[in-house]
Ligand binder design. Structure first.
Ligand SMILES: NC(=O)c1ccc[n+]([C@@H]2O[C@H](COP(=O)([O-])OP(=O)(O)OC[C@H]3O[C@@H](n4cnc5c(N)ncnc54)[C@H](OP(=O)(O)O)[C@@H]3O)[C@@H](O)[C@H]2O)c1
Length: 384
């Protein structure tokens, strides 16, 4: 495959961090070269994630310290074709159709080789804490980041699921150890993580209680197999004047959960909203239950009544993306059509900042993808 010297890429720079629609600009940059253990991927489609919003805004930290360049190509989800392989790569060859998972690690340390690559001291999220992300014609990744592209999916469908789905898989399957019959409270169930969490719950025989804030998300959650749906617009979980959790409202929300479950509390709470919901998550979690958390969209400083935690012996588990083994196992469920992407919006390359701005404003549903090498939606399906 002929690889050009230069390419088009959506880039943020340290002197223009802010709203995604202002921070992201299309620039011409050199195509990177795949080093030892690395692969150059011709990107066909790239998935939009909340980390692109954080990076564009420079919040809670600027990504430029971590990446060490003065430009940053964002993007932590891609489908594409292997364009070149670096020295030592044996599992992939030029022409292979792939999906990229976003965990990078050193591959040499004891943690990578015996504990979990997520424990590696050099662990980074590709396209967020590293450069050469997916909103570019070519992307440089580690060979261990590749999984096979499901042949029944288009390029845009294949680019839409890895980051959120593999994260949700590790949270529920490996960390919280979801079991058949469990009740799982899923915040943001119509968003990226939540829409995949609902499907994992259904597949494992658990009952998902979805929490959302719009009619279209209520419909989506029902279609994805939620046991019940709660509209969070009916509750003010945080007192607007003090910013403190509103205990009466938390209790009223807890009653709504019990109504939805026939009197059960949540065995697992699937958390990524943070400040606006965490106190409620700890409160509604069952005695001996688990709150598993991977993010904090509404704020990182969490305030909750710890008595509900210790007196009722609940656990809080932090979780972050997934390792290559988990990504591969989860991808197999997509290949087997047991889990499906929840792609709700496809955008041309020229409009890359638009879906990022929509995500920033919570004006989206499910996942959004930008076409890069694919010239129109629907390409890339090789087997029905
Ligand atoms: N650590 C990791 O590996 C990892 C991986 C993926 C994502 N994340 C993080 O997880 C978060 C969610 O990611 P995502 O891709 O699912 O984003 P998303 O598609 O924007 O979905 C987030 C959902 O959160 C809900 N939400 C927003 N503000 C809320 C509030 N104040 N109270 C209750 N719910 C609220 C919204 O649902 P409703 O308005 O319908 O309730 C929204 O659909 C982001 O912060 C992201 O950075 C972390």
């Amino acid at each position: 495959m002929m690889v050009p010297d230069a390419m088009q890429a959506w880039v943020i720079r340290p002197d223009r961090l802010g709203e995604p629609e202002d921070a992201m600009r299309l620039e011409t940059v050199a195509v990177p070269v795949a080093g030892p253990g690395e692969v150059l991927v011709r990107v066909m489609a790239a998935g939009v994630n909340y980390n692109g919003v954080w990076a564009a805004m420079g919040k809670p930290v600027s990504t430029f310290k971590a990446i060490g360049d003065d430009f940053h190509i964002l993007g932590s989800d891609a489908s594409g074709v292997v364009a070149a392989v670096g020295p030592g790569v044996r599992r992939w060859k030029v022409g292979d159709e792939v999906v990229v998972h976003c965990n990078q690690s050193c591959g040499e340390c004891p943690e990578c080789n015996g504990l979990d690559p997520m424990a590696c001291s050099e662990q980074r999220i590709w396209g967020y804490e590293t450069n050469w992300g997916s909103f570019a014609e070519y992307s440089k990744v580690q060979a261990q980041q590749l999984v096979p592209k499901p042949t029944h999916l288009s390029w845009e469908e294949a680019a839409s699921y890895a980051l959120v789905y593999f994260t949700a898989y590790r949270m529920l399957v490996d960390q919280a150890r979801v079991q058949a019959g469990d009740y799982v409270l899923v915040w943001g169930a119509g968003g990226g993580l939540g829409s995949m969490a609902l499907q994992i719950c259904r597949l494992y025989g658990a009952n998902a209680v979805a929490v959302v804030s719009s009619e279209d998300k209520i419909d989506l959650c029902r279609r994805l197999g939620a046991h019940a749906v709660i509209d969070r617009r009916e509750f003010d979980l945080v007192d607007r004047s003090t910013g403190e959790p509103d205990v009466a409202e938390m209790k009223r929300f807890g009653k709504a959960v019990r109504q939805a479950t026939g009197g059960r509390d949540a065995d697992i709470v699937f958390e990524h909203v943070g400040a606006a919901t965490f106190a409620t998550s700890v409160f509604v979690c069952k005695t001996f239950g688990t709150v598993v958390i991977c993010g904090a969209t509404s704020g990182f400083s969490l305030h909750f009544d710890v008595r509900y935690l210790w007196m009722r012996q609940k656990s809080i588990i932090g979780s972050h993306f997934a390792n290559a083994y988990q990504a591969t196992r989860a991808n197999q469920l997509i290949i087997e059509k047991k889990v499906r992407p929840v792609l709700m919006g496809t955008f041309p390359f020229a409009e890359c900042p638009v879906p990022h701005q929509m995500m920033r404003e919570n004006a989206h549903l499910g996942k959004m993808v930008v076409l890069v090498g694919a010239t129109e939606p629907g390409q890339g399906i090789s087997e029905a």
